[in-house]
Design a protein around this ligand. Structure first.
Ligand SMILES: C[N+](C)(C)CCCC[C@H](N)C(=O)O
Ligand SMILES: O=C(O)CCC(=O)C(=O)O
Length: 431
């Protein structure tokens, strides 16, 4: 019945709810989320600048007074209509300290803050979920990144999406297919959906199940098919080498959707690879080349007849925690390298080491598109390529594509998880 709850939530439901107070006796939370009370507070103690909460399972959490004051959910801290903060800490007059802290009858943490002498209450489920003193990893990822090699799998993670467009559009309605799709896109960088409609333009509604598409000079939806007077190699029938799209922009699109409407040509297989796995192999085999590609800024340029996009960035980018953030690989969109003189030879040596890796068959995953198939992939992580195809025999190949941002996928997945938490809260409330 409530499969989506965590084991602790399941346990909380199977056994007695940790608080018997009615749900509406609990304080608000500073967000729109629902926080099941998996474990109740057993004991509270404090010093002026810290509150210690002991939970019934023995865990001890500590919170700073200033952190608690800023994260209160009352009307002086948060605008109840928007749930955005209105408190300016620097206007409190002094560092907020705790003059009283106790466990109240509803099972919530109640604190009196000086110098305001303001009494504020904290929801135990919210507090437990924001237990920063006991973090394993700061900013735990929504879905852990799994690197993969094409040689280790037969196909992309594939889902039957015949219901995709008939699903409930209430953002709090559960949607198992959408959830699995987003988890695959965020964790593996790629998912394939099958059995979607093949109506031209249906991609717009398909994409909006996740979020609004990002429009570029190629339009909101673009047609990938051989056409006269192409403004992109994608719009011919020639092979395309592994690449990301729009590395010529300061901010490369996070996700790309390619939706197959027609395909009865010979050739034209999709070839995809995990750019993070390739970068990891470069780091292991040639650390000096890896270091060079994370440092030297290449030029990416698309000087078309009516647009002129140019951007300089390293080919491999790590985030503040040293994890892969993006790759920027598209040989046909590189402009002239404009680097310090002494960087030029090391940069090209590193580039060629990467190019050799890209040709190694172990990374590539090859598959063909059937009408009604769609791939969603992380365009700042995966490299996509395609074989040449033959349009000479009257065959047709027509994909429609669009871009979305990674933010949309993450927000949508958080909403689906919020829906699960709300179900758990409701189940607890109704026994
Ligand atoms: C044509 N399509 C939209 C599929 C891809 C565009 C590829 C890259 C583009 N010329 C650039 O400016 O980076
Ligand atoms: O035709 C394909 O399979 C891929 C097209 C492509 O690489 C692109 O649109 O960027």
């Amino acid at each position: 019945m409530l499969g989506p709850c965590s084991p602790a939530q399941e346990a909380a439901m199977t056994f007695s709810p940790p608080t018997t107070a009615p749900l509406d006796a609990l304080p608000a939370t500073p967000d729109y989320d629902a926080w099941p009370i998996e474990v109740a507070i057993q004991h509270v103690s404090h010093t002026p600048r810290q509150v210690e909460v002991r939970w019934e399972d023995g865990r001890v959490s500590r919170y700073h007074s200033i952190w608690l004051r800023e994260n209160a959910a009352d009307d002086s801290t948060v605008n109840p209509a928007t749930r955005e903060r209105i408190l300016d800490l620097s206007r409190l007059g002094a560092w907020p300290t705790v003059s009283e802290a106790r466990l109240d009858d509803a099972g919530a943490l109640e604190i009196v803050f000086a110098p305001e002498q303001r009494r504020l209450r904290f929801h135990p489920g919210w507090l437990r979920a924001h237990d920063y003193a006991n973090l394993d990893t700061p900013e735990a990822p929504l879905v852990p990144t799994t690197l993969w090699k094409g040689s280790e799998r037969d196909a992309p993670t594939t889902l039957d999406a015949h219901d995709w467009l008939s699903a409930d559009d209430d953002p709090l309605a559960p949607d198992a297919c959408l959830e699995s799709a987003l988890e695959a896109v965020i964790g593996e960088g790629l998912v394939r959906l099958r059995n979607l409609p093949t109506d031209p333009g249906s991609l717009d509604a398909i994409a909006r199940r996740i979020g609004p598409p990002r429009t570029t000079n190629f339009g909101t939806l673009f047609d990938v098919r051989a056409k006269p007077d192409p403004d992109s190699n994608a719009y011919t029938s020639i092979a395309l080498p592994p690449h990301v799209d729009l590395p010529t922009r300061e901010y490369q699109p996070g996700l790309q959707l390619l939706h197959c409407l027609e395909n009865d040509t010979v050739g034209g297989d999709a070839v995809m690879m995990d750019g993070f796995a390739v970068a990891e192999a470069l780091r292991e085999r040639h650390p000096e080349h890896f270091a060079t590609l994370t440092r030297v800024r290449w030029c990416y340029a698309n000087t078309a007849r009516t647009t002129d996009h140019v951007w300089f960035d390293p080919m491999i980018k790590l985030d503040a925690n040293g994890h892969f953030d993006e790759v920027r690989i598209a040989d046909f969109l590189r402009g002239p390298l404009m680097a310090p003189f002494e960087d030029v030879e090391p940069a090209y040596a590193a580039l060629m080491a990467l190019q050799r890796l890209l040709r190694e068959p172990e990374f590539a995953l090859r598959f063909s598109y059937a009408p009604g198939d769609m791939v969603i992939f992380d365009n700042r992580r995966l490299l996509h390529a395609r074989d040449a195809f033959d349009v000479g025999q009257g065959g047709r190949r027509w994909l429609q594509g669009c871009y979305l941002e990674r933010d949309e996928a993450r927000s949508r997945l958080r909403m689906l998880r919020r829906a699960h938490r709300r179900q758990c809260v409701d189940a607890l409330a109704h026994g």
